[in-house]
Design a protein around this ligand. Structure first.
Ligand code: AHG
Ligand code: MN
Ligand code: MN
Length: 338
């Protein structure tokens, strides 16, 4: 029988071999993984657990919250606030940062999360997920404030997501490649099921919400038109399209078999750079994708180099197979130079 490697064992070995995971960071990752296990149980219960439907509240971005958005947010906070590994947390579902209450010890890490990604898919039983990003609090004396979170994604020390699909899978990077762990429900443990995940540089699959086509900028339209033209067009090959509308599930497919994912700026809300949020959606996914040999830009610039100005800042996203991301980015640069 091949030997099963648990998440704990993987993290301990990463620390021994590469010195990447101090004890506090290991605790943090294990606590997040435990919280994801709890969220997974709620997701699986569905209507039996009374977790479907709307919470009838709005988050800071003006989106109506689903019950599971709120539940997942609470699970992550409760799990993480007391362990002493964190200084503060930030979430899609909270207007401002959540500083660890002073009845608990404060650690040196900052945790950001999208507690439930793909909310529109909850009630229809399609894959959804949790995304997280970890940075260190800058050494600037005592206290912690929103400004401490506003570091470029290149400063992340760990990032990952959990996808609640036919299997529950945790995908993680600590800056030494990407590893996947599958939840063994009977044992209640995370088992390493793939290491050194690599995204092929070329692909014939793209993911974009095609219903927004009439609102796109010319470089996006040009790229997708070429894909749609297939063998007879400039690309000389047929493309396939997938759009799950849960970023976690779309990125998981790309980490598994390649592809390009785009949520570009569009004319619907011209003052917003895009729909997705930089700190807890684009940055962690960009870190994972780059660690798997892919690329991630906002059309013009590497996502991990963007200096954030606000906690809930939005960003255009192009990520996945390197050669396709470079092509889309080149089209944007050509357009910007006109
Ligand atoms: P969230 O559920 O956290 O608000 O994120 C939803 C995001 C992302 O997961 C997905 O890629 C995108 O919104 C789907 O957008 P469309 O509704 O335009 O398909
Ligand atoms: Mn999301
Ligand atoms: Mn969400």
């Amino acid at each position: 029988m091949s030997q099963r490697v648990s998440l704990t064992q993987y993290l301990v070995e990463q620390q021994r071999e590469h010195g990447l995971i101090p004890a506090q960071l290991r605790l943090l990752i294990e606590v997040v993984a435990r919280a994801c296990k709890r969220i997974s149980i709620s997701v699986n219960k569905g209507a039996l657990g009374g977790v479907l439907g709307s919470a009838d509240t709005e988050n800071v971005q003006g989106e109506v919250q689903k019950k599971l958005d709120v539940i997942a947010n609470e699970v992550l906070i409760e799990a993480n606030e007391w362990g002493g590994h964190l200084a503060a947390m930030a979430s899609e579902e909270m207007d401002t940062i959540y500083v660890v209450p002073n009845r608990f010890p404060q650690g040196e890490y900052l945790l950001m999360f999208d507690p439930l990604d793909g909310s529109s898919n909850i009630d229809v039983n399609v894959s959804i997920g949790t995304i997280f990003s970890v940075m260190k609090k800058p050494e600037n004396g005592c206290g912690v404030e929103e400004q401490d979170f506003l570091q470029p994604g290149s400063q992340q020390v760990a990032a990952g997501y959990c996808v609640y699909g036919p299997q529950t899978t945790l995908v993680l990077t600590v800056g030494n490649g990407v590893a996947m762990f599958t939840l063994d429900r009977e044992q209640g443990s995370w088992v390493l099921t793939q290491e050194n995940v690599q995204i092929p540089a070329d692909t014939k699959e793209f993911a974009i919400n095609m219903s927004n086509m009439r609102h796109w900028a010319p470089p996006v339209k040009r790229y997708i038109d070429e894909c749609l033209a297939g063998k007879e067009g400039a690309r000389g090959k047929d493309f396939n399209m997938r759009w799950i509308a849960s970023m976690v599930a779309d990125v998981h497919r790309i980490l598994t078999r390649g592809g390009v994912f785009m949520y570009p700026w569009d004319k619907r809300e011209p003052n917003k750079p895009g729909k997705l949020r930089l700190m807890y959606e684009a940055n962690p996914m960009a870190f994972l994708v780059e660690q798997a040999g892919g690329a991630a830009t906002n059309g013009l610039q590497r996502i991990l180099d963007i200096q954030p100005g606000q906690l809930h800042e939005r960003v255009a996203v192009v990520l996945g197979s390197k050669n396709e991301v470079e092509r889309v980015t080149a089209y944007h640069r050509e357009d910007a130079a006109l």
